[in-house]
Design a protein around this ligand. Structure first.
Ligand code: SAH
Length: 231
């Protein structure tokens, strides 16, 4: 069965958004993956259909109500074994490894927060896995959910035109990727490194790994520290 994403949001009209274009959009149209959105507000029960309330203990902003969100989750999720994610700046940072694991599964249920976030009890009570896309604050989880899905969908079987082009990407080998060049041979007096046009594939591979290592050492020493380097 194809990967199926169910997004719980107060702004379903934001979807598919960028996911409806280019590779992910074509894959969606082909049925290589599926996307449905659930309007959280549909599960409000009061006259004003309210989804948020003031924070216990005081302070600025509003908090998504646990009862409303839980009803939305239960509507989708009872007997559904897909991972339940909550986009959240407090979550574990998203990695290519987590993206690969998600892509290997049946799909995901993704909750998009708004306001100050969601009531802690629904995170615990519904076993939501908090996922962050980086150390900055967005106004809502929707763009974060789109980023996560973009990363997952591009590696689903059949989605990327040239399947090989996924394997040498930054992070896949624990390193940043080497620089890329294309014609013209000389542009604004800058030349393509000679080795790349030498036709010597062994030398090209060696150059690429050296560049990848150099770049990673300069920019992301944390990636090198995180894993043993061979060769
Ligand atoms: N008060 C919260 C931030 C709320 S931002 C805090 O300080 O932790 C509103 C919503 O945007 C969040 O509930 C979450 O769903 C989403 N969001 C904001 N930043 C995000 C990030 N870096 N990664 C993933 N989701 C994020």
């Amino acid at each position: 069965m194809a990967f199926r994403a169910t997004v719980l949001t107060l702004y379903p009209e934001m979807f598919p958004g960028l996911l409806g274009q280019s590779l992910s959009g074509k894959a969606l149209a082909r049925g290589d993956w599926a996307l449905d959105c659930v309007q959280i507000r549909d599960f409000a029960t009061d006259r004003h259909r309210s989804v948020d309330d003031t924070p216990a203990g005081g302070g600025a902003g509003m908090v998504l109500k646990p009862d409303v969100l839980a009803r939305a989750i239960d509507h989708v999720g009872e007997g559904d074994n897909r991972p339940r994610l909550l986009m959240s700046p407090r979550g574990r940072p998203l990695t290519q490894k987590r993206v690969r694991d998600l892509a290997a599964g049946d799909g995901a249920i993704i909750v998009c927060g708004r306001f100050e976030g969601v009531d802690q009890r629904v995170i615990e009570g519904r076993g939501l896995e908090e996922v962050s896309i980086g150390d900055y604050i967005l106004s809502g989880g929707e763009p974060a959910a789109m980023i996560l899905l973009d990363a997952v969908v591009r590696i689903l079987p059949g989605v990327m035109g040239n399947a090989l082009s996924g394997e040498h990407e930054s992070f896949e080998g624990g390193l940043l990727e080497h620089p890329h060049y294309t014609r013209p041979q000389v542009w604004e007096e800058r030349e393509i490194p000679a080795v790349l046009t030498s036709g010597n594939h062994a030398a090209i591979e060696k150059w690429r790994s050296e560049e990848a290592l150099k770049l990673t050492r300069e920019r992301r020493p944390d990636l090198l520290a995180a894993q043993p380097i061979t060769k």
